[in-house]
Design a protein around this ligand. Structure first.
Ligand code: SAM
Ligand code: SF4
Length: 326
């Protein structure tokens, strides 16, 4: 069991399959040109599956494949198949644009829930934000997932200047569609030019929604990062991921493995231990995993405090989100 010094048990692993992506979301990738990792530095398919097996042996029962964009990794189907053979709930986070090519594989692997990122319902804004004209394909794929019976969560990063105009449109979309939209407060990572002024908090967003709709608070499950709501009678729900205004670190059960095989015990943690290097040198990775868990800080990677207004992005030592794996 992977228990840290604060009593938190870690049973959920997110594995990044690549730092590469077919989108260029401005809040996720460094504005400066990205240098992709050479493939020799990435975990191979076999190494990913070996790592996953080790983590499962230590009590992990849920694995999320992410990236970069996990579906651009050529061996994605085989990796997913391999993960599906383990006694875990397998799931993915994707920008959705390639979903139609992977539906059968997702079904065969027993994936039931898919997180699709979509920050705007407006085609022009989508193109500006992702630097790709793919809104229609992503939306079609969301509908396809629903038709095929998947539970679809939509991740929308709440960007100041955009979410204010769109939040009620997203909530309106939950009237007929059984989608679960999660508005994520904008977080600071290397190269994304974060400032506290760009954060729109859950409270501010909820005020905008309740100006138009009466809403009901739903019960949140254990380890849920999202605070859920519903407009009574609507098919879907909406929620807020309040990392900045009200962190949920006290209940954290998540670990991350970067595409180059480093364990991160926190999204905001600066410490990384090189599991891949150890594995390639024929060493046992379990002591490193345990060390990483033991060193986990109580909150926010120990890099800033609950008062996000005081967070100084220049003092946060971390990777860009695209290279961590969200
Ligand atoms: N490419 C996939 C996707 O877009 O879903 C998976 C990787 S992406 C890094 C994972 C999630 O992180 C996405 O939902 C994305 O919107 C979110 N994300 C990226 N940068 C973020 C930031 N600065 N603040 C909040 N969420 C962010
Ligand atoms: Fe790519 Fe996802 Fe980052 Fe957008 S949020 S650049 S789709 S990894």
């Amino acid at each position: 069991m992977l228990q840290d010094t604060f009593g938190r048990v870690h049973d959920y692993l997110r594995i990044s399959l690549t730092d590469n992506c077919n989108f260029r979301c401005t809040y996720c990738m460094p504005v400066e040109e990205m240098q992709w990792m050479p493939s020799s530095k990435l975990m191979s398919k076999e190494e990913i599956l070996k790592m996953a097996e080790v983590f499962v042996g230590l009590g992990v029962n849920k694995i999320r494949l992410t990236g970069g964009e996990p579906l651009v990794r050529k061996e994605f189907p085989e990796i997913l198949q391999g993960i599906a053979k383990l006694p875990v709930e397998a799931t993915i986070t994707t920008n959705g644009v390639l979903i139609h090519k992977h539906l059968e594989g997702l079904k065969a692997a027993g994936v039931r829930s898919v997180n699709v990122s979509l920050d705007t319902l407006n085609r022009e804004k989508f193109q500006k934000l992702t630097r790709r004209d793919q809104f229609d394909q992503v939306w079609e794929n969301i509908l396809l997932l629903l038709e095929e019976g998947f539970r679809v969560k939509i991740n929308a990063v709440a960007l100041h200047g955009m979410i204010e105009e769109e939040i009620c449109d997203f909530v309106r979309a939950t009237e007929k569609l059984p989608i679960h939209v999660r508005f994520i407060e904008f977080m600071p990572f290397a190269g994304n030019h974060w400032s506290s002024k760009q954060v729109v908090t859950a409270k501010q967003m909820l005020d905008l929604v309740t100006a138009e709709y009466s809403v009901e608070k739903l019960v949140d499950e254990k380890h849920d990062t999202a605070k859920k709501y519903q407009v009574p009678g609507f098919a879907g729900t909406f929620a807020f991921i309040t990392t900045m205004s009200e962190h949920f670190c006290g209940d954290c059960n998540r670990l991350r493995l970067t595409a180059d095989g480093r364990i991160k015990n926190c999204l905001f943690g600066k410490e990384e231990l090189d599991l891949l290097g150890a594995m390639r040198a024929g060493q046992d990775v379990i002591p490193l995993i345990k060390t990483s868990v033991t060193r986990k800080h109580s909150a926010l990677g120990g890099q800033f405090t609950a008062d996000y207004l005081q967070a100084d992005p220049d003092k946060i030592d971390n990777r860009s989100m695209i290279t961590i794996g969200g």
